[in-house]
Design a protein around this ligand. Structure first.
Ligand code: NAP
Length: 308
């Protein structure tokens, strides 16, 4: 079988058109979204992502505030900085960049962000709403996985509202930002959801479960974790993993995911590539979430959500 390679860049463009329309509607109501980012330390990935988010925000003429804190910042100072952004009416959405230095407690940081400005949906209130099937903000990476899946399902003439019923979705990874919300989104679509994690692998049972997948979402952060013998013919595979490899001789970098792309593509009906799969849609979804936050601040019913 030769897999359809799901074109994340093209699907992101299409979503971007819808997001731009939503922004236009908000502007007609004189709503001006604002974004506040908080970064602690000097992690190169977080620094690069902040520059990326800043470009996105400035391109959309958002009010943009960035707080860069030292790596050894006290917990109280981080919480106070987020509190300042919470209190700023020009900042309608707040994004805390990861990874945080290890001494900062994720749970406390997530819980201090105003839940109505929490565009990554990490506040316990927003996680709870999503788990209960009443999302306010759907975290952008798992939302993108399903946006790509739904787009592929439509392309084969199926209805995404019915397609997953009776199907088995296997999610590898159970992080609060990707794995768990992906599981909840799968349950909301009436799929049978199997959640795998590092202990599944340690017990030697990962392949046993991944081979059951009609839809496989892999967000483990382990390069090439899922190989061809671990999937069934006709699987739809979504690769969330993102790894940058540098050739020591040429200095050139390449990006790969958690799937062994060639092996899985040889058996899959469809597969997302790395790069050009989940990543581009994630970016646009984050903008969509920032519009939800701006609408909430203006007491307007947000239109962007689970179905994009
Ligand atoms: P994370 O917080 O490190 O979580 C990784 C999860 O994978 C954990 O639940 C862990 O299990 C599980 N895991 C680790 N090793 C495993 C193994 N050998 N077998 C099965 N499960 C295993 O990572 P994350 O933030 O969810 O991100 C996952 C990956 O996605 C990373 O590569 C990250 O760079 C990428 N990512 C991409 C995007 C994008 O837009 N493309 C966005 C976010 C993240 P335990 O819970 O037992 O530890």
């Amino acid at each position: 079988m030769s897999a359809v390679v799901i074109d994340g860049a093209a699907i992101a463009e299409e979503l971007r058109t819808r997001v731009d329309e939503e922004l236009h509607v908000l502007r007609l109501s004189e709503v001006r979204p604002g974004l506040g980012t908080v970064l602690a330390g000097e992690d190169p990935g977080a620094l690069a992502y902040e520059r990326h988010v800043r470009r996105l925000a400035e391109g959309l003429e958002y009010h943009y505030v960035h707080e860069h804190l030292p790596a050894d910042v006290e917990v109280a100072d981080v919480l106070a900085t987020i509190g300042k952004l919470n209190a700023d009416p020009r900042v309608t959405g707040v994004l805390v960049l990861r990874p945080l230095p290890s001494h900062l407690p994720e749970a406390d940081v997530n819980a201090i962000v105003d839940p109505r400005k929490d565009i990554e949906g990490q506040h316990p209130e927003n996680a709870g709403l999503l788990a209960l099937g009443r999302p306010r903000f759907v975290p952008s990476t798992p939302a993108s996985c399903f946006y790509l899946l739904d787009s592929y399902v439509r392309s084969i003439g199926e209805d995404p509202h019915a397609y997953y019923t009776g199907k088995t979705i296997v999610v590898v990874g159970r992080s609060a930002s990707v794995g768990k919300p992906a599981q909840w989104l799968g349950l909301e679509r009436d799929a049978t959801v199997i959640a795998c994690h590092s202990r599944t692998a340690a017990a030697g049972r990962l392949g046993e479960f991944t081979r059951m997948a009609d839809v496989l979402i892999v967000a483990a952060g382990v390069r090439g974790l899922v190989t061809g013998d671990m999937v069934r013919e006709g699987v739809i595979a979504v690769d969330v993993g993102f790894h940058v490899l540098k050739d020591e001789v040429t200095g050139r970098t390449t990006m790969v995911g958690d799937l062994d792309f060639d092996e899985v593509a040889a058996k899959a009906a469809a597969i997302t590539p790395v790069p050009g799969g989940v990543g581009p849609v994630t970016d646009v979804w984050l903008i969509g979430n920032s519009l939800v936050a701006a609408a909430l601040a203006a007491r307007i019913e947000p239109r962007f959500g689970t179905d994009g």
